[in-house]
Design a protein around this ligand. Structure first.
Ligand code: OOG
Ligand code: MG
Length: 262
């Protein structure tokens, strides 16, 4: 069954309401098994438009499922991208309110600050590094709207790749000073080490991961804009947290970033 414009709109409101009301819902493909990846990206775009109508702004992109650890954890074996909006940006000194989320998890990421527009379908990691002003440590909070955090590729793309919040560390480092694949990270919860990894976990190189997203966007006539923030994808598996928990990601060269949940 072909997914019509009306069905897409229905899916948009289904996911929009689930997020707003902090409810987990049955995954979209249970009702619409014919939702293709392409149509799922259309839904994602329309969902963003709905959020912009409600007052948010697009401020960049995020990569998802770029590491083996994450792909195996979710049983989904392809990278994806979603869009970051201004309401997702959380500050390190403000606590994350558990009541505004469903079943959040935290993961360490490298944030790219894009210094010039970048669009194309043959973009390389080198092109990304040239267009990047700074990188910084980040924690992404993902919060799938789906029951038990389980989904297919089309479901997670439609749900803007489980995006919920992200926090950026305070140290901005010029990208030329770093060898991103070799940057190590330790992820802890309440001072206990939960996972470790290095930039190379993300498609071999976080810049290659960002290039993958640029090329995907390029196929849709889109690209990165000067000023965009891009999260290059989780370096380790994601860790669930609850009120009272503190999560810290300690990076080599980039310093650390933390979140506390109430
Ligand atoms: C999808 C989002 C994955 C990442 O960095 O891999 C993601 C999910 O695991 O729910 O943000
Ligand atoms: Mg992520």
């Amino acid at each position: 069954m072909e997914i019509t414009r009306e069905m897409q709109q229905e899916i948009v409101m289904y996911l929009y309401d689930a997020e707003k009301e902090c409810r987990e819902v049955i995954k979209v493909t249970d009702q619409y098994p014919d939702l293709t990846i392409e149509k799922a990206y259309d839904v994602q775009k329309q969902l963003l438009q709905r959020k912009i109508q409600a007052g948010t702004r697009s401020i960049g992109y995020k990569l998802g499922l770029t590491s083996k650890a994450k792909q195996e954890m979710m049983g989904v074996y392809e990278a994806i991208y979603g869009e970051l909006t201004s309401d997702m940006l959380a500050l390190e000194w403000e606590s994350i309110d558990f009541k505004q989320l469903i079943h959040p998890k935290a993961e360490p990421e490298i944030a790219f600050f894009i210094g010039e527009d970048l669009q194309g379908t043959n973009i390389t990691g080198e092109d990304v590094l040239r267009a990047t002003q700074y990188v910084a440590a980040a924690i992404e909070v993902i919060d799938s709207r789906y029951l038990d955090f389980k989904f297919t590729l089309a479901d997670v793309v439609a749900d803007n790749c489980s995006s919920a919040k992200f926090i950026i560390g305070s140290k901005m480092v010029p990208v030329r000073e770093l060898n991103l694949p070799e940057i190590g990270v330790v992820l802890s919860k309440n001072n206990q080490v939960m996972a470790t990894g290095a930039g190379a976990a993300v498609l071999g190189d976080p810049a290659v991961s960002v290039a993958w997203a640029v090329n995907k966007l390029g196929e849709r006539g889109l690209g990165l804009r000067k000023g965009d923030i891009v999260l290059s994808g989780a370096i380790t598996e994601a860790i669930a947290f609850q009120p009272g928990d503190t999560i810290q990601a300690q990076f080599a060269h980039l310093g650390s970033v933390s979140l506390s949940c109430v």
